[in-house]
Ligand binder design. Structure first.
Ligand SMILES: Cc1cc2nc3c(=O)[nH]c(=O)nc-3n(C[C@H](O)[C@H](O)[C@H](O)COP(=O)(O)OP(=O)(O)OC[C@H]3O[C@@H](n4cnc5c(N)ncnc54)[C@H](O)[C@@H]3O)c2cc1C
Length: 519
């Protein structure tokens, strides 16, 4: 009898390593060296410590990477933390800045502005969610904005930032943040990390994928110079085309462009902005929206748009007209179809990053979806039998996560009263997935919102966007009436006061970075 336990490393026999269909994975080949490839390599490099599994990456300098993807959400902090990365070192190397949320301009209607902050609004009072008290006071004539009770919103608006230390006031400890960073520098940083831990990189262009004759599993990829790279597990990080998952394994693609019709983007850098904002800006345009991402050494800008409503020339003109300073380069064009691979793990190939699907960058979720795919893979790491139950569970969880993010992004388009262009009328009037329609209807009717099954975005995020875009509930939770309105008003004023005081004590974002990143 074989004892499978913590000692599995010790009991691997040479025969198992060479058997292509049983025993532990001996070689993982990551196909592609963009953000997805190197994030996967960095995380999986820990596996090399088991003495059995080798990790390699193959990438092509000639093909290059997509070269965008610079805004993130808070879980990235724990991804870097789990790798043991020193934050100041990472920020210096990637020209990173801190991010407290996203400012949306002109979304609900032209001229409006709101922040989707990381971190909550106020504090629950007497067991009732803060926004219910706010809705109740509002119905009695209070004119304060929900953002007045969010530390992230107020600090971001003042271009201030501080990392809370251990002895900081409790309210400050709730400050959540993410990063903006240079995508190329982040991939290079993770490459150095992974190579230092034994990951081997191959340079070359893949021209063919060889499938095993008997069961269609991937056996090897073949490079243009004739080299053949074999592996037990392939991680397809080859970008939009899905070199293995689609071209060889024919996963199929679920197209979501009827809900998210933007299909093109232009990206262009400008000089660094001052003051350095600790937030991403997303400004709605005539047929899409423009991003502004402040980095230490430059600002990333882009225009995501719908090609059936605006020409490429008009989209470029709209992008350039909206820049804060002159462009440093000519805009780079990208095309995409929003949706997901019908199966993200097939046989011995798992797709991560753009090869697994794409949701437009409005809520900076793509890098997070890579992170989440990598952590699922780590907890479901297979052996060479590739149990179909494991594969089915991975695919079920990935589908659920992509759909939840899709709904949240679609909300931004649906929850609008804009009717100034055909694009906005189309998205305002479009039918949305039932899961999203149910959420909007329930919130509008009752002010209640529920988060389902480990959903990425919290109630706070949904409330920020719904209220920010003018979806105001017809009523509030009756329990909010239990507290004396004068007392609620006093408590709300106290919360807003604490937030103002804490923000006033914070350094300017750029000063904090200069001090924190000083070598
Ligand atoms: C307009 C736009 C804006 C975005 N903004 C954000 C954002 O703000 N935040 C966010 O989280 N995400 C964002 N994203 C998504 C983000 O850019 C990607 O999720 C991320 O960069 C991962 O890309 P990737 O590594 O999957 O693919 P890529 O960067 O395309 O890398 C593919 C790799 O595969 C290699 N390769 C391809 N074919 C071959 C071959 N035949 N042989 C050998 N190697 C090959 C390439 O050389 C490259 O190394 C954005 C995407 C777009 C399109």
């Amino acid at each position: 009898m074989t004892l499978m336990s913590d000692f599995s490393v010790a009991i691997v026999t040479p025969m198992q390593i060479h058997d292509p269909k049983s025993g532990p994975i001996g070689h993982v080949l990551i196909v592609g060296g963009g953000t997805a490839g190197w994030m996967a390599a960095a995380a999986l490099s820990r596996l090399a410590g088991n003495g059995v599994t080798r990790i390699s990456v193959v990438e092509s300098e000639e093909i290059g990477t997509v070269g965008v993807g610079e805004a993130t959400i808070p879980p990235i902090v724990s991804f870097n933390g789990l790798l043991g990365i020193d934050e100041a070192d990472f920020m210096r190397a990637t020209q990173a800045t801190f991010k407290l949320g996203i400012e949306f301009r002109d979304w609900g209607e032209r001229g409006d502005r709101y922040m989707h902050p990381f971190g909550g609004f106020g504090v629950d009072l007497d067991g009732v969610q803060f926004h219910q008290h706010w809705l109740r006071q509002r119905s009695a004539g209070d004119t304060s904005s929900l953002g007045d009770y969010s530390l992230s919103t107020v600090a971001a608006g003042a271009d201030r930032f501080v990392k809370p230390g251990r002895d900081a006031p409790t309210a400050l400890q709730t400050l959540k943040y993410a990063y903006h960073f240079d995508a190329g520098l982040y991939a290079a940083y993770l490459r150095r990390y992974a190579e230092a831990r034994g990951v081997v990189r191959h340079e070359g262009r893949i021209v063919d994928t060889v499938l095993r004759a008997d069961d269609g599993f991937v056996e090897a990829v073949v490079l243009a110079d004739g080299r053949r790279l074999e592996a037990d597990l392939f991680i397809d990080c080859s970008g939009f085309q899905g070199l293995i998952i689609e071209k060889a394994l024919k996963a199929g693609y679920e197209d979501w462009s009827h809900w998210l019709p933007c299909d093109r983007a232009l990206a262009v850098p400008t000089a660094r902005v001052t003051p350095l904002s600790p937030y991403t800006r997303a400004t709605a345009g005539s047929a899409g929206w423009r991003w502004r991402i402040p980095l230490q050494h430059r600002t990333g800008n882009g225009h995501v748009y719908c090609s059936s409503h605006i020409s490429d020339d008009q989209a470029e003109a709209e992008l350039l007209a909206g820049l804060d300073s002159p462009p440093l380069d000519t805009p780079r064009a990208l095309r995409f179809v929003t949706g997901r691979r019908k199966a993200q793990w097939i046989k011995n190939c798992i797709s991560l990053g753009l090869s697994s699907g794409f949701l437009e960058p409005l809520e900076s979720t793509s890098i997070h979806l890579i992170q989440s795919g990598v952590s699922k893979l780590m907890t479901m790491f297979p052996d060479k039998s590739f149990d179909p139950l494991l594969i089915a569970e991975y695919n079920r969880l990935s589908r659920q996560q992509f759909e939840q993010v899709r709904d949240f992004i679609t909300l931004h388009y649906k929850a609008t009263t804009r009717d100034d262009t055909a694009f906005w009328r189309q998205v305002r009037d479009m039918p949305v997935p039932d899961s999203l329609a149910r959420k909007i209807d329930l919130f509008r009717a009752t002010g209640r919102l529920f988060r389902y099954e480990d959903e990425l975005f919290s109630e706070t995020s949904w409330i920020a966007v719904l209220i920010g875009q003018g979806v105001l509930p017809r009523t509030y939770e009756p329990l909010a009436d239990i507290v004396d309105p004068a007392l609620t008003q006093k408590r709300m004023a106290a919360i807003a006061g604490v937030i103002q005081d804490l923000t006033g004590d914070m350094p300017r974002h750029e000063d904090f970075i200069a001090r924190y990143c000083k070598a």
